[in-house]
Design a protein around this ligand. Structure first.
Ligand code: ACO
Length: 329
């Protein structure tokens, strides 16, 4: 396969208006404080969706921005890939709800589920479908309403997450712009380190599930941290090697925004100085599959990604899953 095949022609994002600051957790009766959260994670605030803000509405807002910037209309899309770990419904996919919302009647739409790596998995899947001639114009979205699946009585998880959406339209590459290299991997032996034990087919909803709160996210934070650093470092190495580049060749690195310490450790490993790393975890927390799209949209708006910029995206998520992608704008 001769690259580049697919270019990121337009990027969009959406964040709910309501902002929740660290100090507000105390009012929920949680034994935590701003200092602990900032020191351990770098998070100061996160955006929280209102009841009427769903993945359908948030993904559509991000998608419309990306389509406008790419100069395409919904009828041009022949593929929609949506990543989410917090789908609006268990059946059907959130991607088909997005399709209906924006009126993309010519598209094939489906979800990918690789937790925080979902947006990169989605971009890689879309590029592959473009390479095989199954799609010409693709919309790839990551959207999360994580605040609906975290346990607000568990201080070790609820302080970490936020809501939002990020989107990109992929078009055929022209003039050497587009995806230069990709890498994706997973390890299902580690699934129980970050998961929702119940609510699916193996442990359907019951009174006991409600009582023991086992439908909420559970996480082994310290183990997750270790694997996150290891796997994001590995993903960065592979994407760079496959593109024939080193960390010094990058104009910007946009890692999944889960924790500032994970971001700094990954950047150190890839030999990318922190002034070439985009960070917004302080303002959004961990928005899982929305995080890299949200950050990329901000980085473009801030002028940190320009025509000709070489950018590495790198992610890690539940599964565990990890992925990376280098793209030239
Ligand atoms: N406020 C105050 N104290 C807290 C809080 C809190 N919000 N949360 C936990 N603590 C306490 C713990 O109870 C523990 O107390 P103890 O020592 O009395 O038992 C103490 O702080 C230390 O807990 P650790 O879990 O060891 O703290 P650590 O330094 O590892 O930081 C954290 C925890 C922030 C969760 C960190 O491990 C981390 O960021 N892990 C990675 C998480 C992550 O990135 N997850 C997302 C992955 S991507 C995806 O797919 C969603």
């Amino acid at each position: 396969m001769k690259r580049p095949i697919a270019a990121l022609a337009g990027v969009g994002s959406y964040a709910p208006k309501r902002i929740m600051r660290n100090a507000e957790f105390a009012a929920l009766g949680l034994d935590t404080n701003d200092e602990w959260i900032v020191q351990r994670t770098g998070i100061r605030e996160r955006h929280i969706a209102e009841p009427d803000e769903t993945n359908r509405t948030m993904s559509a807002a991000a998608a419309r921005m990306a389509m406008e910037r790419a100069g395409v209309v919904a009828g041009d899309l022949d593929l929609i890939v949506l990543g989410t770990a917090s789908p609006d419904r268990l059946l059907p996919s959130t991607a088909v709800d997005l399709q209906a919302e924006i009126g993309a009647s010519r598209a094939a739409a489906f979800d990918v589920m690789a937790a925080c790596s979902s947006w990169l998995y989605g971009l890689i899947v879309a590029e592959g479908l473009m390479a095989s001639g199954n799609a010409e114009t693709a919309l790839v979205v990551g959207s999360e309403k994580l605040t609906s699946i975290v346990d607000w009585q568990d201080r070790s998880t609820c302080v970490l997450f936020g809501d939002g959406a990020g989107a990109a339209v992929l078009k055929r590459s022209e003039g050497g712009k587009g995806i230069l290299s990709t890498f994706m991997r997973s390890d299902g032996n580690l699934a129980e380190l970050l998961y929702r034990p119940a609510g699916g087919a193996a442990h359907p909803f019951s009174q006991q599930v409600l009582d023991d709160r086992s439908y909420f996210v559970k996480m082994e934070g310290r183990e997750t941290f270790k694997y996150a650093v290891r796997s994001m470092s590995e993903a960065a190495d592979h994407a760079l090697a496959r593109a024939g580049l080193t960390g010094q060749d990058l104009d910007l690195m946009i890692p999944h925004q889960a924790n500032i310490r994970i971001i700094e450790a990954t950047a150190r490993h890839a030999e990318v100085p922190m002034d070439k790393v985009y960070v917004n975890v302080d303002r959004y927390g961990n928005t899982s599959s929305a995080s890299i799209g949200l950050a990329l949209e901000e980085a473009i708006a801030a002028g940190r990604v320009k025509e000709g910029s070489t950018v590495m995206l790198v992610a890690f998520g539940a599964g565990y899953t990890w992925a990376s992608l280098i793209v030239r704008f």
